[in-house]
Design a protein around this ligand. Structure first.
Ligand SMILES: [Zn+2]
Ligand SMILES: [Zn+2]
Length: 418
């Protein structure tokens, strides 16, 4: 276990976090020592002790988030009752069924219990086992950085505005380090504070990041009916918070069987997921590649429209050659997301070519969309339509409206990273 902790920590994400914790802690201690040695009172002592506690808690919860990991579903897992398999998705990598709330993470290469997202900063997923530790880590980091910013700004104020200085003048190097630490501290408060907000929202609602997407799609599917999809795991905010946050932060339950509200069962959400998958399959469209896609994140050759409107996600950009066919499942104005068709039969998820590519590289080839092939220019940054393509234009507008709708329905892909 110690070796696996060491392996997880020896990565740019956790090492960066440890470096940031260390520099902010050391510089805050340095500043407070200078400042409070000269202006010591009850407030300064209290601030100092609280800062030390918060810094220790940040480190403790961070190490536990990494050490505990999210919890993985056993390989070849299947429910006790074989009849329940029909309500679950099968994972071809782990060769087992995905338990309710579990999703396969491509980075961890395992099915993760109650997967929230894959976090590069802890180099593993946030899931059932480490959700409490991760949320406590964010909370202690944000409050600790608020306090350290206050300490360091006060020190800087004394350096610049108090004469004579009540302590030995610091070197330029020290002043630079404190300035950098203030920048890091403010950055942590803003960036990690936003993440903390989303995590607290997830804890209070008992919805993981992936489940938020599934619920959004579930309600979208019912937009024309009076029926509303009910999240089966939300049993009131206090119950939800107690499921994740406690003094010890350890996970409650086995991560497979979950308490559900009346009227729902263990498979209410998985049945909805299966229905959404089926709809997605029906919705997908075959496209043919007519201009090479290089897989670049900044594809300058396809024009400014493509360059300036990249999908805001770290999902892969894929290489495609002229003549390839691809099943597209998501649309943006200038980008498409799909899976290269000749690899779809492969059972190994790692061999599948799936990701984003510039929209001008492809044209739709299904019967319904053949009209759209009246496009004249598919290589440039603008599309032109032939003058007699009135019906095509209507189709394009229809497709654009459809695509706009699709944009508000995120994918259920289980590889969120933030
Ligand atoms: Zn899996
Ligand atoms: Zn992961």
């Amino acid at each position: 276990m110690c070796w696996s902790l060491f392996e997880r920590i020896c990565n740019w994400g956790p090492l960066s976090v440890l470096a940031i914790i260390k520099i902010i802690t050391l510089m805050s201690l340095h500043c407070s020592r200078h400042w409070w040695n000269n202006y010591r009172n009850i407030t300064s002592d209290t601030c100092f002790i609280i800062f030390i506690i918060l810094s220790g808690l940040t480190l403790y919860h961070f190490i536990n988030s990494v050490y505990e990991g999210p919890g993985y579903l056993p390989i070849n897992w299947m429910p006790d009752d074989e009849n329940d398999c029909e309500f679950l998705q099968f994972c071809s990598v782990c060769q087992g069924y995905k338990a309710p709330r579990s999703h396969h993470c491509r980075k961890c290469n395992r099915c993760v219990l109650k997967m929230d997202h894959h976090c590069p900063w802890i180099n593993t997923c946030v899931g059932h086992n480490n959700h409490g530790y991760f949320t406590a880590f964010l909370a202690s980091a944000v409050t600790g950085c608020c306090l350290s910013t206050y300490i360091m700004i006060n020190w800087m104020t004394i350096i610049f505005f108090t004469r004579p200085l009540p302590f030995h003048p610091p070197s330029i190097f020290t002043v630079m380090l404190v300035l950098i630490s203030i920048g890091l501290s403010v950055g942590v408060v803003i960036a990690v504070g936003m993440l903390l907000y989303f995590q607290l929202h997830a804890v209070i609602k008992n919805q993981t990041g992936i489940e938020c997407w599934i619920l959004e799609k579930a309600n979208y599917r019912r937009i024309t009916s009076s029926e509303q999809f009910v999240h089966p795991y939300s049993k009131g905010w206090l119950f939800n918070v107690n499921q994740v946050l406690s003094w010890h932060c350890a996970a409650i339950g086995n991560g497979i069987v979950w308490p559900v509200i009346d009227g729902c069962d263990q498979y209410t959400l998985t049945r909805e997921q299966l229905a959404q998958k089926q709809e997605k399959r029906k919705r997908s469209k075959r496209y043919r590649i007519v201009a090479r896609a290089t897989g670049s994140w900044v594809p300058v050759s396809h024009g400014l429209h493509v360059l300036c409107s990249p999908p805001i996600t770290d999902e892969p950009r894929i290489k495609l050659d002229v003549g390839d066919t691809i099943m597209v499942t998501r649309w943006r104005n200038n980008w498409l997301f799909g899976e290269k068709e000749n690899h779809m039969a492969s059972m190994d998820i790692k061999d599948r070519v799936r990701g984003w590519f510039p929209r001008p590289c492809a044209i739709p080839v299904s019967e319904k969309d053949k009209e759209l092939q009246n496009y004249v220019d598919v290589d440039g940054d603008e599309r032109h339509y032939s003058s007699n393509a009135t019906t095509s234009l209507t189709s394009v507008e229809g497709e654009m409206n459809y695509n706009y709708r699709m944009q508000i329905i995120p994918s259920e892909e289980s590889d969120l990273h933030f």
